[in-house]
Design a protein around this ligand. Sequence first.
Ligand SMILES: Nc1ncnc2c1ncn2[C@@H]1O[C@H](COP(=O)(O)OP(=O)(O)O)[C@@H](O)[C@H]1O
Ligand SMILES: [Mg+2]
Length: 302
Amino acid sequence: MSAAQPRRSRERVLTMTGIGKRFGAVKALTDVDFWVNEGEVVALVGDNGAGKSTLVKVLAGVHPPDAGTIEFDGGVVEIGSPADAQELGIATVFQDLALCDNLDVVANLWLGREMLEGRLLDEVEMEQRTWTLLRELSARIPSVRTPVASLSGGQRQTVAIARSLIGDPRVVILDEPTAALGVAQTAEVLNLIETLRERGHGVILISHNMADVLAVADRVVVLRLGRNNGVYNVVDVTSETLIAAITGAMDHSHVQRPMTPPAGTPPSAPSSSPAATTTPTPPNVIDLPKAGSRRRGTRGDA
Ligand SMILES: Nc1ncnc2c1ncn2[C@@H]1O[C@H](COP(=O)(O)OP(=O)(O)O)[C@@H](O)[C@H]1O
Ligand SMILES: [Mg+2]
């Protein structure tokens, strides 16, 4: 694993090629291609059972894939465990957030990675770093010494995201971060996602909410029945088109079209894949802009 490479802006961080995963007789993923660049928000959408969670669990080291390759910072890696994912710099905020309600914000952020001073917890340092991180995220948390049980849904999501940033990961995966939130809290979390992009993290956003996806993502990857069913640049796509791709009204999975190589595509990627020998059908890629060229400002500054 090569987690310690120097950071360059807008480079490809992660490339998955020809990923396959079976659970017994169920083909959860078949020949799936996926990538994310630094400073890019990629939405991963699809109907229930499309394979979204399975794909991110492959990245999180929960499910090793049966087929395909994963490249991270240009080198082929195997993510055999959650510890491997963490070491590479892939952080996942699962939908249940996995916070400890009875502990305060500081304790939740540093749980399992507590800072010590001698044999004692360095509470001062942990609290200071918590404030620094929350300030960088422009997060609105009233006190870092409140138990997280007393926080709103949006604040809890913020704490979970802040916690995922402790190791300064290259890729942050968010599974349905706004699913349980009201309008104002959703806007706060979407702003937070934009902050993650500005900090240079590659962000993978699983969402059912097309408005959220269109507001915050740069690119949308559609999965359907465990296969790629379209890759769209958000500035060129409508929610109708996305819904058609999600439901199968628009079937891209068998369409043969030349794939526009996105910015930063490593030329060696397809040939290093075992799937390349079977000439996989590329997903449609519609007019990808150069990374970082878009600022849409659909929501006001918060
Ligand atoms: N641990 C598992 N064991 C057996 N089947 C699974 C498991 N996880 C997912 N699946 C199956 O894989 C397919 C994709 O599921 P999933 O990745 O959860 O889809 P999504 O997150 O898009 O709703 C579904 O058919 C689901 O039933
Ligand atoms: Mg799921």
